[in-house]
Design a protein around this ligand. Structure first.
Ligand code: 13P
Length: 251
């Protein structure tokens, strides 16, 4: 059985004090969520304070990006050991915003995934097509390209620490959610692909999150799809009440 994983992705929102105020309010609201893994991907400046404040709770903290080198002359970057020491449990890699605005490619995504795993972090690796790609009938091909190359060279043992997030770019921040059927269809493609790459057992055990305009109003029907094992949530993860409703999607 795959444990559902509901994770916020705060993107470039929240100062340290705003992040701590959120956590203070959210901790109690999500504490009762049994059988759900809860995470927040947060800006680098807030990670240490958040991770310290989250200790003893069921909320895990993660970075939104990392570099593949442990250290070096890479101005503005953050390394895996830095995330680990700050108290992170995971890192989000390959988000479409990083691919679109910061030149991330399948190759750099793959290097980051490997570095994160080697350094002891779990990984959420994102994939997903643009609207143009969907309209051209290329959804399956794009998702296959992202997953195949992003996870190339990993072992089934390493895959136990990897979550794949399917995030159609046209559904991110637009209010336009994929229908549950569209999500399920893409997730099934991903799971079949994982079976070919790593074997049936690994494919069955790997969690695939959906991301793109997930809200309290639609989380239940999305989570009801057989191959949807969680959600990666931007806008609706920024308010404690809304975040708690997502985490408590079964309630
Ligand atoms: P929204 O939930 O704001 O659409 O963002 C989704 C996302 O990009 C999560 O990584």
């Amino acid at each position: 059985m795959r444990t559902p994983f509901i994770c916020g992705n705060w993107k470039m929102y929240k100062t340290v004090s705003e992040a701590l105020a959120f956590l203070d309010a959210a901790k109690g609201l999500v504490a009762g969520a049994a059988g759900v893994e809860v995470g927040i991907g947060a800006p680098a400046t807030a990670l240490k304070s958040l991770a310290d404040a989250a200790r003893g709770s069921n909320i895990r903290i993660g970075g939104e990006n990392c570099h593949w080198e442990k250290e070096g002359a890479f101005t503005g970057e953050i390394s895996v050991p830095m995330l680990v020491e700050a108290g992170c449990a995971f890192v989000i890699v390959g988000h479409s915003e990083r691919r679109q605005y910061f030149g991330e490619t399948n190759e750099t995504v793959n290097r980051k995934v490997k570095a994160a795993l080697a350094g002891g972090l779990a990984v959420i690796m994102c994939c997903g097509e643009t609207l143009g790609e969907r309209e051209a009938g290329r959804t399956g091909a794009v998702v296959t390209d992202h997953v195949k190359n992003g996870l190339a060279g990993l072992t089934p043992a390493e895959m136990t620490k990897v979550v794949v997030a399917y995030e159609p770019v046209w559904a991110i921040g637009t209010g336009r959610t994929a229908t549950p059927g569209q999500a399920q269809e893409a997730h099934a493609v991903i799971r079949e692909l994982l079976a070919g790459m790593f074997g049936d057992q690994t494919a069955e055990a790997t969690r695939i999150q959906y991301g793109g305009s997930v809200k309290p109003e639609n989380v239940e029907e999305i989570m009801a799809q057989p191959d949807v094992d969680g959600a990666l949530v931007g806008g609706a993860s920024l308010k404690p009440d809304s975040f708690a409703k997502l985490v408590n999607f079964r309630a």
